[in-house]
Design a protein around this ligand. Structure first.
Ligand code: SAM
Ligand code: SF4
Length: 332
């Protein structure tokens, strides 16, 4: 059984948010005006429910890739034990397990994360400067994040991916520094276009497209594209003659909806066909489990819903108006 939409897109990648709690307050993701973060244990998916979801999607729907996100996954109590349990499911039907983290608690946990079977790690870092780091995240510990990055490299994650959202007058002056960081540390820096969500100060004038960002990188480095990466949301490049890679994620200026293979479930259990889907959730996994729905019932509901997936997300002006939920609520 496969989840296929009316445009023939086969979905086999689930991004699963394990918490709506975060220890950072990145203004573009978790703005001060946000009221619904950290809603408490009862309202988010339990570990048992999360494992149930991974089982259904991997064993019944052939999903090959899961990424745990949040909020900040590593702030949730018991997350390491959960990773070990998720790894048990991998033995029953193989899939790849990834984790996206802000890196704050990474260095203390990296051995356990590796031995629990996490295959890929993405670490978010928008500045290399201590002072600016505090301004963006409201937390003054960039050293923890660097430590987490270096330990992830040492323990053998390869490539370690660094997610960097580029915003004009915030960190566009660091684009070449980040390219240098990729080269010097042999990591994959992924430059992400700033996306509009509720109250995140998105403004057309502050937007840099992936082409703008790439042009700046090319002032110093020659890039050669890595081709044939099916369903990759990133445009990936080798840096000629150097170690490290850079990628560009052009969600706004050049969307990649035609090859979309991903769906999402928020920490509250809401199933989402697209990051930008708006309005009430049509399917909630907490509710489905409460009603003791069978796998067959759940799959039938998913199949029906899948047929309503839009062909592509609206343009940035409409997105700005829609005020979709912020990333930390949806699970970025
Ligand atoms: N807390 C973890 C972290 O920061 O990596 C995981 C959750 S976070 C929502 C996942 C990713 O979404 C991060 O890389 C973050 O930079 C990105 N993100 C959040 N808001 C964004 C926005 N408005 N535009 C682009 N990327 C965004
Ligand atoms: Fe938290 Fe990650 Fe959002 Fe920053 S980007 S506020 S670390 S969820």
């Amino acid at each position: 059984m496969k989840l296929i939409d009316k445009y023939g897109r086969v979905h086999d990648y689930l991004r699963l948010s394990v918490t709506d709690k975060c220890n950072f307050r990145c203004f573009y993701c978790n703005p001060k005006t946000s009221k619904e973060c950290n809603t408490g244990k009862e309202s988010i998916l339990s570990y048992e429910e999360l494992l149930g979801i991974i089982r259904i999607f991997s064993q019944q729907l052939g999903f090959k890739k899961f990424r745990l996100t949040g909020g900040e996954p590593l702030v949730r109590k018991g997350i390491i034990d959960f990773l070990y349990e998720a790894n048990e499911l991998k033995k029953q039907s193989y899939f790849e397990l990834g984790l996206t983290t802000n890196g704050f608690y990474l260095s203390d946990n990296i051995e356990k994360i590796k031995s629990a079977g996490v295959d890929r790690i993405n670490i978010s870092l928008d500045t290399l400067q201590k002072k600016k780091f505090k301004e963006i995240t409201k937390i003054a510990v960039i050293e923890n994040v660097f430590d987490g990055i270096y330990k992830s490299i040492d323990i053998g994650f390869s490539p370690v991916k660094i997610n960097t959202v580029i915003m004009k007058n915030v960190n566009d002056d660091e684009i070449l520094d980040f390219a240098d960081f990729a080269v010097n540390n042999d990591v994959n820096v992924r430059f992400i276009e700033f996306m509009p969500f509720a109250d995140n100060d998105w403004n057309k004038d502050d937007f840099l497209s992936y082409r703008d960002i790439k042009n700046i990188v090319e002032q110093k480095y020659r890039l050669s594209p890595i081709l044939n990466q099916e369903n990759s949301v990133a445009k990936d490049y080798l840096i000629e003659g150097e170690k490290g890679r850079v990628s560009f994620i052009s969600s706004i200026s050049e969307h990649f909806c035609s090859s979309c293979n991903r769906v999402r479930i928020s920490s509250h259990g809401d199933f989402r066909l697209c990051l930008f889907s708006n309005g009430a959730a049509h399917l909630n996994f907490k509710q489905l489990f409460k009603e003791s729905k069978t796998d067959d019932d759940i799959i039938a509901s998913l199949e029906n819903l899948m047929f309503t997936k839009w062909e592509k997300h609206p343009d940035e002006d409409s997105l700005k108006e829609m005020k979709s939920n912020n990333m930390f609520k949806i699970g970025g």
